[in-house]
Design a protein around this ligand. Structure first.
Ligand SMILES: C[S@@+](CC[C@H](N)C(=O)[O-])C[C@H]1O[C@@H](n2cnc3c(N)ncnc32)[C@H](O)[C@@H]1O
Length: 179
């Protein structure tokens, strides 16, 4: 996370969060519950994503938002670049989606662009795991809106991002009051 910034709010008063590599919105759902308005971006078609969504390359989308100044609409950025190199849960699931076969590490270029935004951000990368069933995944993570195995094995439990999002909003609101 970078330095604290002003909270940029959308009309209707929810701060807006950019959810890069959004998949079916496990992380996005937690941030929405924490109080953000959420916009996602994923390279794959994601009909189960529950919020506004841009289909395309996340790095190109972020570079475009920076170049046009539209990044200024956002208060916070979450990024979940592919983790197939390191996460046993997702090994083998990504190639079938038409991406990930080359095991390209997107973490470093994602971090470089996020630093250029000047916004606070989170990059998430899980480690390890097993091979649970679909109902086990749904129950463990509290994700009911998709039964697509690939989406469930990729997902961040909403409770995690809700915790992170609330922590950020608490600190940012305290700084706003103190200013
Ligand atoms: C680890 S998952 C994200 C999980 C998500 N945060 C959640 O909680 O449900 C990684 C996602 O990155 C997407 N992806 C892979 N390469 C991408 C790229 N270059 N640009 C945008 N999305 C990409 C995949 O389609 C996949 O949905």
């Amino acid at each position: 996370m970078t330095q604290p910034t002003d909270i940029r709010r959308v009309p209707g008063d929810r701060p807006r969060l950019l959810d890069l590599f959004c998949c079916a919105g496990g992380a996005g759902t937690g941030y929405q519950r924490a109080g953000f308005a959420v916009d996602g971006c994923d390279i794959a078609e994601r009909p189960n994503y529950p919020f506004a969504y841009h289909r395309g390359d996340a790095l190109a989308h972020l570079a475009d938002l920076i170049a046009t100044g539209e990044i200024g609409r956002y208060a916070f950025v979450h990024a979940s670049p592919p983790c197939q190199d390191k996460c046993t849960l997702t090994v083998g699931t990504n190639r079938s989606q038409g991406w990930g076969g080359a095991h390209e590490d997107l973490v470093a270029p994602t971090r470089d662009l996020l630093e250029r935004t000047g916004l606070p951000y989170v990059i998430e990368q899980p480690n390890g795991g097993g091979k649970p069933t679909i109902p086990e995944l749904q129950t463990a993570m509290g994700i009911t809106w998709t039964d697509v195995r690939e989406e469930l094995t990729e997902a961040i439990p909403p409770a995690y991002s809700e915790f992170s999002g609330r922590a950020y909003l608490t600190v940012a609101n305290l700084l706003e009051v103190a200013a």
